[in-house]
Design a protein around this ligand. Sequence first.
Ligand code: DGL
Length: 268
Amino acid sequence: MNSKPIGVFDSGIGGLTVVRALTQRLPHENIVYFGDTARVPYGPKSPQVIREYAAQDVEFLISRDVKMIVIACNTVSGVALDVVMKHAKVPVVGVILPGADAAVAATRKRRIGVIGTIATVNSKAYSHAIRLLDKEAEVFSRACPLFVPLAEEGWTHHTVTGLVAKEYLFPFKLEKIDTLILGCTHYPILKDAIRTAVDESVTLIDSGEATAVEVERILDEKKLRNPSQLKPHLQFFVSDLPAKFSEIGERFLGQKMGRINKTGEFHL
Ligand code: DGL
């Protein structure tokens, strides 16, 4: 059981930032990743459609016999956590609660910014999670939909990305936040542009890193850690364009990805 892989899914390539955090924290865990590259982005879609996609994504991972599921997608975590939990018979971790937790621990002025997709911001999942942890905290949320295609394009340090970041993020200066949650798996890829656009003193919270800590906690609690000390097996599946996924993905993941498998089971 313990050598079974952890299943991780996202709407596309951004979830590789969570895989990166997982491999750094848990270097011996086998991982199966699914990126729904045929249907990305999820963020501008309706909750009903996102919930339907999430159910199919989780079914795919279950068919790969995973011991745990990590929803490496803020949009799915915000809109369809219950759907994933219903379909999975294994422990499920989303990125919202760990991210909210890390932000509440980091803030000094209790003024927290959240950036994410339209669906994540509309779901208010981060604000609710933060307020549950600290009733007094003030939360300022903003959707930054253009960040997703910029990250998918690999434009991490492009002038256009800097301008877009400045335009989206300047209100946070007036709101005097001291902590900003990167509430979308794609955003850590644009960390440098985001840091330049907000005040340098603002703490950026990468939900992926916080999620890896929670995954480790659950593996220990459920005694599910892989005892092997060997190099783990990482498998990648996408619903479209494996070549593009591998070209950009290796930069996100920080290591070679090997073969990218294309699944043919998803309907648009
Ligand atoms: N993975 C999504 C998230 O973390 C962003 C990309 C999308 O809109 O599908 O919210």
